[in-house]
Write a protein that binds this ligand. Sequence first.
Ligand code: KG4
Ligand code: ZN
Length: 348
Amino acid sequence: MRVLGIETTCDETAVSVVESNQDGEGRILSNEILSQIKAHQAYGGVVPEIAARAHVEVVDLLVKQALATAGLTLRDMDAIAAAAGPGLIGGVMVGLTTGKALALVTKKPFLAINHLEAHALSPRLTDGVAFPFLLLLASGGHSQILFVRGVGDYVRIGTTIDDAIGEAFDKVAKMLGLPYPGGPEVEKQALEGNPEQFAFPRPMQGRKEPNFSLSGLKTAVRIEAEKIAPLTGTDIKNLCASFQAAIVDVVTDRMKMALRVARADFGEPTAIVIAGGVAANLAMRQALHRLAAQNGLPLVAPPLALCTDNGAMIAWAGIERLRLGLVDGLDTPPRARWPLEAKRSADV
Ligand code: KG4
Ligand code: ZN
């Protein structure tokens, strides 16, 4: 089975061809990506209008490149998949319309993919993880702890009640004058800082419900930064290291609680998985690795390039859905919001 996947929900235009063999194992044949980071950097964050226009300019070229790299043509595809949300609506429309047009002219099945589902299923492409697994889905716009029982079968065990984890990284970076996107910058600065220099709070640590709250932590960083301003390079490194230590502690504690809830309510997972852009953070991976090992479970995290937004995860989610016959109509709308637990547009 071969599927072309298109991703345009945020600030990366990405197209990929993925195939699966008879045993259901996936193989990435091409994974083209054009980041718009430079276009947005001057504004300190993603500007939706600029993003949508930039997607329009390059998406057809990337489709061509993805096919050329794979050494295939559209005729060799079994289906066309595109992210239909959640995300910035202008950008979503670009990728979704492109996907529909390709499906229409080639008369191939069309798959409208939930971007979060694509992140959630990506460890099955990279590591062949079996259902069920406990997933921390942590990106710039979403942070949820899910028990993944099957394709389209996600139970939300916990969530952030305010900022997403990546968003907290991005906001802290911005307040310290670091460039967008903030997560990788904070991690880089933290490497040379002292994580114990500032005693930041660990909100909701120890609570029974595995939710988390990050806005208080973010505010604590701001108050501390204002207190010691003007900031030296060392101050910034120490603030980043202390913030990262706090957020990693909070997330690890919440995952520990989530695992307890999952085991009590749903049974034993095959693995703990971290997906979404924040999964690129090594400190987060290490802490979750320890938690998993303490519980006799493997920690699975996709390779860095497949943690942040990419086309391969869309193509793979397409393969998983196509296998189950879950194809979509060409009238499927683009969606700015699309909670993962409601799998089909009709359910919301
Ligand atoms: O999944 P993703 O590429 O896009 C969304 O769907 O949001 O995630 C992007 C988010 C951003 O908030 C970015 O700062 C964060 O992931 N991120 C990181 C790291 N790399 C990316 N956060 C912490 N440490 C990192 N190394
Ligand atoms: Zn994402």
